[in-house]
Write a protein that binds this ligand. Structure first.
Ligand code: DGY
Length: 323
């Protein structure tokens, strides 16, 4: 039997590529550059399955291919707002993602950004490396205290809950959250979390706000100038979700005006470009989309795609189907 032809759009850990090669006729993007619209269109036309990731924009236009051969899109990543899932459905293409395996590491990174922005770790490092540190003194680089403060979580899914666990059990924080779907009382109890009725209620109460909702149209600029004004001037915003959830220009203005105290960002609208005004904000800690970037997790993400791919070609329902 001929093996299904599968394209991986970026390079993956060796162990996963090797496992894929055993079972599929694998096509790799050898030079690991993001694929353009024409390349993705050709892939949908010629491959049986395409395994894209967040650097690939699969909007409706990309699916407008005559007789696409592809029947399966196995996204490497949990967030899939870069894929027009309605268009995929219209063309009879199944889409899967990789939940669970990256929740720990993404939550760790959210906590790292929370701590780094509150304790001015980016600024401090720049000062030492720039040989501008004049020595210890009581007024030097005072930041915000973390332990015992209130953390507001927007989006209380797998990653939001892992952040709550770390914050509550590790840093003795009170957790308030907004999610359309209330968590079970025992989950709330375990995580020391209380639901609030609106995003605005969370923003008004929290000393730290961490975003864990999906991106895409439904949450586009959820945090805009108005919402930033609802936060406390002593509060910090952390975004490890998707860049488009925050209006970057409004955030830069809020950081410069002292509307909020600081921010820790891992994701950006239109990344890898980063808003110039944000780059100039000393009180922002900026990372290059590292949420799931640990060796273990990147292998686990690939293996999760493989499980879905195997299920699909075995005629079974893929476990992580999202469309
Ligand atoms: C995810 O899994 O959503 C990461 O942000 C990479 O896409």
């Amino acid at each position: 039997m001929t093996k299904p032809r599968v394209l991986v759009t970026r390079r993956w850990p060796e162990a996963v590529e090797a496992a894929l090669k055993e079972r599929y006729d694998l096509v790799l993007n050898e030079d690991d550059r993001p694929m353009d619209e024409d390349g993705l269109r050709a892939a949908l036309r010629d491959m049986d399955a395409v395994l894209p990731t967040v650097s690939d924009r699969l909007d409706a236009a990309v699916f407008e291919v005559e007789n696409p051969k592809a029947r399966f899109l196995g996204n490497y990543g949990v967030g899939y707002s870069h894929i027009d899932t309605e268009a995929a459905k219209r063309h009879g293409i199944v889409v899967t993602n990789t939940p669970d395996v990256l929740s720990d590491c993404t939550a760790d990174l959210a906590m790292a950004l929370l701590l780094a922005s509150a304790r001015r770790i980016g600024e401090g490092e720049r000062q030492v490396r720039g040989k501008a540190w004049s020595g210890w003194h009581p007024m030097h680089m005072q930041g915000g205290k973390v332990a015992g403060k209130t953390l507001g979580i927007i989006g209380f899914g797998r990653i939001g809950r892992e952040v709550a666990k770390r914050a509550h059990h590790g840093f003795d924080m009170k957790v308030v959250y907004f999610d359309k779907y209330p968590a079970k009382p025992e989950v709330e109890r375990d995580l020391g979390a209380e639901r609030r009725d609106t995003v605005d209620d969370v923003l008004a109460e929290a000393d730290f706000v961490s975003l864990h909702c999906p991106g895409g149209q439904e949450n586009y600029h959820l945090i805009d100038a108005e919402r930033l004004k609802r936060m406390k001037p002593t509060a910090y915003l952390v975004n490890t979700a998707r860049g488009e959830v925050v209006d970057g220009a409004a955030l830069a203005e809020a950081l410069n005006a002292g509307t909020i105290a600081g921010a820790g960002l891992d994701v950006y609208e239109g990344e890898p470009k980063v808003n110039e005004a944000l780059l100039a904000c000393e009180n922002a800690v900026l990372l290059p989309h590292l949420g799931s970037a640990t060796k273990d997790t990147r292998i686990a993400m690939g293996m999760r795609v493989l499980q879905n791919l195997d299920a699909f070609f075995a005629g079974k329902e893929p476990p992580d189907r999202v469309a």
